[in-house]
Design a protein around this ligand. Structure first.
Ligand SMILES: [Zn+2]
Length: 314
């Protein structure tokens, strides 16, 4: 009998689940609220009910994408800024106890899942190695080398948002100064907008998550400050990408996440900067592509995590 895999993507707002067949065909799909902001106990509760909605007896393994730092081997969630009260939580153990399942469960970071999804069925399909950059609240990433996710010696690889691009730059949430995330992310845009008094006034009262969209509208209406912000955003993204391609010599960079919706406003500056900074051989044949699976990338990647987890364990 052909095997089936269940993938779950935990988002700040939603849980998304999908079952795929061994050859990647989607068989079932669902979505519900995650209530992640209400804490880890509530999340485990919701996740357990959600998993039970799927025909788990037909599933060979479950993969789960989590927005946080994880320890794959022990199934621990080390920290997750968007899930309240979470530090060193035995995630897999708690979930298995709750659902009473015997199906193997494998966890992975959510940005890494998105990278696996785009690599397997999205903008990175057909490439050998790929870097995925997810532009959302922060600047996330996933690195795929020779077809495999590179997790690093301790499992924490892919923290591309914390490459320093200006040691004298603004303070980052990680404690360092001038990480690329402090220039190229939703959080960064909120801060930068306030450096332009007129723009700050225009956007006063706008929710943080809506500021990039409003800023894009203003840029399309030829607001000079808004255009300048998107240009600098593109340039700084290019600085980050050039560091990665110079070090790794990877020819496919996929950019996704909510802010990639403003692609036309920043991509020319990104390409210009990458061409300026990448060493000749590295720039040759380099493709910077827009992700096209959207929210589906993470959940599909979680299915692949289930599949590869099972194969590694066999
Ligand atoms: Zn940082």
């Amino acid at each position: 009998m052909k095997r089936k895999f269940l993938g779950i993507d935990i988002g700040g707002t939603n849980l998304r689940g999908k079952i795929i067949s061994e050859d990647g065909k989607p068989l079932a799909e669902r979505k519900t609220c995650s209530d992640a902001h209400m804490g880890i106990s509530r999340l485990i509760e919701n996740l357990s009910s959600f998993i039970k909605e799927f025909p788990c007896e037909e599933v060979s393994a479950i993969g789960i994408g989590i927005p946080g730092t994880i320890d794959r081997g022990d199934g621990m969630l080390i920290q997750a800024p968007n899930i309240a009260n979470t530090k060193n939580f035995p995630f897999t153990k708690a979930l298995i106890e709750k659902i009473g399942a015997t199906t193997p469960i494998f966890i992975e970071n959510d940005a890494a899942c998105a990278a696996l999804g785009e690599y397997g069925a999205g903008a990175g399909k057909g490439s050998n190695s790929m870097i995925m950059i997810t532009l959302g609240t922060g600047f996330g990433g996933g690195i795929i080398l020779d077809g495999k996710l590179w997790s690093g010696e301790d499992g924490f690889a892919g923290e591309v948002g914390h490459m320093t691009i200006n040691p004298l730059g603004p303070r980052c949430a990680c404690g360092a100064n001038g990480c690329v995330e402090t220039y190229v992310s939703q959080v960064a845009i909120k801060r930068i907008v306030c450096e332009y008094p007129e723009l700050c006034k225009k956007l006063a009262g706008t929710e943080e998550s809506s500021i990039p969209k409003r800023l894009a509208e203003l840029a399309h209406k030829r607001d000079e400050s808004a255009i300048e912000i998107w240009n600098n955003f593109g340039t700084n993204l290019g600085v980050g990408i050039s560091i990665l391609v110079n070090v790794l010599d990877i020819k496919t960079v996929v950019v996704g996440g909510g802010l990639s919706g403003s692609w036309q406003l920043f991509i020319d500056k990104t390409i210009e900067e990458v061409e300026k900074r990448s060493l000749g051989a590295h720039a040759r044949g380099l493709q910077i592509k827009k992700a096209f699976l959207g929210d589906d990338a993470g959940v599909l990647g979680a299915c692949y995590v289930a599949k590869s987890g099972l194969e590694k364990n066999c």
